[in-house]
Design a protein around this ligand. Structure first.
Ligand code: HEC
Length: 293
């Protein structure tokens, strides 16, 4: 009887788990056909794109690249059928209310921002002529070096034109970052000149490692396909202070932190325990000797 009951419980659990995973995302009827109050024009699509890159790309990936995060269920690509089968009203409702891992954005983004996002997503609808056509990223190459004494990073960027000739990458923003444990921390941006070069003086207040070494990372923007350059460590930063997290004598965690009275009482307690054990053992031996007589 109990076994059967167990089986039943397991079956119900499996079924309900499947229910959760395959559950359709239902949108109330009155929300499905809400019209987008912001006009579908290039300006609004671009506004939507900006917000998308900031708030959504980390999970949903780049439009058309199907490189979203591997979540269950996966965040669909903007261009996917799952996404594009939604009406404007459904998109707005879903991004506002969220579901599972998908956050609810009604408190994070204003209503007009969410409608700009709808415009951006609709830009990829197969039935609509897109307003925003993204040029494929230009393949570029980037070199950089740093002068430790002047703190100046020198950058040079070029690309191959359609004829296969090398050209300078002019008037192009280059990002200068400092490598940190959690990722690259931007410290500035420079534009390349007509020779494709640029230089950037690193600010004085960059914090380095314990000895003041900093790793500078140089990269191009999204429109370019170029390897970022990580420069050799240079001693140009302020040495990072490693704070002593525990005040001396407060917590007994390291030898230098232990107060003397605690060390002595600890040793005393241990010694006492051993003496007691020894005493008991001696008594047992004595009893044995006595009983043997
Ligand atoms: C933390 C990760 C994450 C972020 C950030 C995120 N999403 Fe999602 N999104 C998901 C996941 C996961 C799903 C799939 C949810 C499901 O089907 O249960 C989803 C689904 C959706 C859907 C519904 C697709 C469908 O099934 O019809 C829309 C629309 C959507 N996201 C829009 C956005 C927009 C717009 C943003 C930015 C404002 C955003 N998402 C940010 C994870 C995310």
């Amino acid at each position: 009887m109990i076994k059967k009951l167990n089986l039943l419980v397991v079956a119900v659990l499996i079924l309900s788990a499947q229910q959760v995973i395959s559950q359709e995302w239902l949108v109330p009827a009155d929300k499905q056909n809400v019209k987008n109050p912001s006009e579908f024009n290039l300006e609004n699509v671009k506004k939507g794109k900006e917000i998308y890159i900031r708030e959504c790309k980390s999970c949903h990936g780049d439009a058309g690249k199907h490189n979203g995060l591997a979540l269950v269920p996966p965040p669909p690509d903007v261009t996917s059928k799952i996404m594009q089968d939604n009406t404007d009203g459904e998109l707005f409702y879903k991004m506002s209310t969220g579901k599972g891992v998908m956050p609810k954005f009604d408190v994070i983004l204003s209503e007009s921002d969410r409608w700009f996002l709808v415009n951006y997503i609709k830009n990829y609808n197969p039935e609509i002529t897109p307003l925003l056509v993204e040029a494929p990223p230009v393949k570029a190459n980037l070199t950089a070096s740093i002068d430790g004494s002047t703190r100046v990073v020198t950058v040079s960027a070029g690309f191959q034109n359609k004829k296969g000739e090398k050209e300078n990458l002019t008037e192009t923003p280059v990002n200068i970052c400092v490598e940190r444990a959690f990722g690259d921390l931007p410290v500035g941006q420079v534009l390349t000149d007509d020779k494709g070069t640029a230089s950037f003086k690193l600010p004085e207040n960059v914090i380095g490692d314990e000895e003041g070494f900093v790793k500078v990372v140089v990269s191009l923007g999204e429109d370019f396909e170029a390897k970022k350059v990580t420069l050799e460590k240079a001693k140009i930063g302020i040495p990072k202070e490693t704070p002593q997290l525990i005040r001396k004598g407060v917590i007994w965690s390291t030898n230098e932190n232990i107060p003397l009275w605690m060390l002595l009482s600890y040793l005393g307690a241990i010694g006492g325990a051993w003496l007691t054990i020894l005493y008991v053992v001696i008594q047992i031996v004595k009893i044995k000797k006595l009983s043997a007589k």
